[in-house]
Ligand binder design. Structure first.
Ligand SMILES: [Zn+2]
Length: 279
């Protein structure tokens, strides 16, 4: 099932200036990349810390609050928060850093607080908690709200990229994209973005995708979830079966048209969903 949302796809390629593939590949391969750094919101958090009277007096700039820069981070673990322990005849294991106990920063950096919290404590916050904590700071609050909107409020800001699922990585990319482009004329390609999501989170995601469309972009996605398919402007039903029995376009049209197609395997399921959505 391929679904297209947004009017100007066919025959109007000039309308597309940019192609964005929002896939489920990891957003980083090391624990140094995390939710806060990837989305760019950590840059703003570090600036807030650097602007505190305490940081100014100590002459700490925003770089001081990065765990990737030598001056502010813990020397023992070099900002990793953990150390590799070599074991005889066994693969090495990771243990919390004995110096910073996972905080990643050196003691002097951790002395600086913004509204009563240090930078390591901020990284421990969930998106929901941070959203409240930074409510008055638009540059931080806006990306946090987007992450909540797509159902990622439970993730910690410092959650290492390596711990994120493919679906979470995909939604983080989408949130980053949503805050970046309000220009329109981009084509977004997504592969089953609702996979693994609860119905309420899938609905939140679809609201965000609709926002992209409302801003003049086009969203094309492969999808088996009829909730998503029913909301599309245009549906291309590929089949009729799976594997060797598929690969042909059975019908293309509005969800209503596809639902009325007799030889489509998708039709009865889509019809059911359309009926449900109407009630
Ligand atoms: Zn350390």
């Amino acid at each position: 099932m391929i679904e297209a949302t947004g009017g100007h796809l066919a025959g109007d390629v000039d309308a597309v200036q940019r192609l964005v593939q929002v896939d489920q590949k990891p957003i980083g391969r090391t624990p140094r990349s995390n939710l806060a750094t990837y989305t760019g919101l950590f840059d703003h958090v570090r600036k807030l810390f650097a602007a505190t009277p305490d940081a100014r007096r100590r002459r700490y700039d925003a770089g001081r609050f990065s765990f990737n820069v030598a001056k502010g981070r813990c020397e023992t673990c070099e900002g990793e928060g953990f150390v590799s322990v070599e074991l005889l005849f066994m693969p090495s294991v990771y243990a919390p850093c004995p110096t910073c106990h996972g905080a990643r920063y050196n003691e002097a950096t951790l002395k600086v607080q913004w509204n009563g919290r240090n930078i390591a404590e901020v990284l421990q916050m969930t998106v929901d908690e941070a959203s409240e904590f930074f409510a008055g700071e638009d540059a931080v609050a806006r990306p946090l709200q987007l992450l909540r909107d797509i159902g990622l409020g439970y993730l910690r800001l410092g959650q290492p990229a390596t711990e994120l699922s493919g679906g979470e990585a995909q939604r983080i990319k989408l949130a980053t994209e949503l805050q970046r482009s309000q220009r329109g004329r981009s084509l977004y390609v997504l592969d089953e973005p609702t996979t693994g999501l609860h119905a309420s989170d899938a609905d939140r995601l679809l609201v965000q995708l609709q926002r992209l469309v409302d801003a003049g972009n086009t969203v094309v996605m492969i999808e088996h979830d009829m909730r998503a398919v029913a909301q599309a402007d245009w549906v291309i039903d590929v089949g009729p079966g799976a594997g060797d029995a598929g690969g042909r376009i059975v019908i293309a049209g509005s969800p209503g048209q596809v639902a009325r197609t007799t030889n489509s395997r998708t039709a009865p399921f889509l019809a059911q969903e359309l009926a449900r959505a109407r009630t």
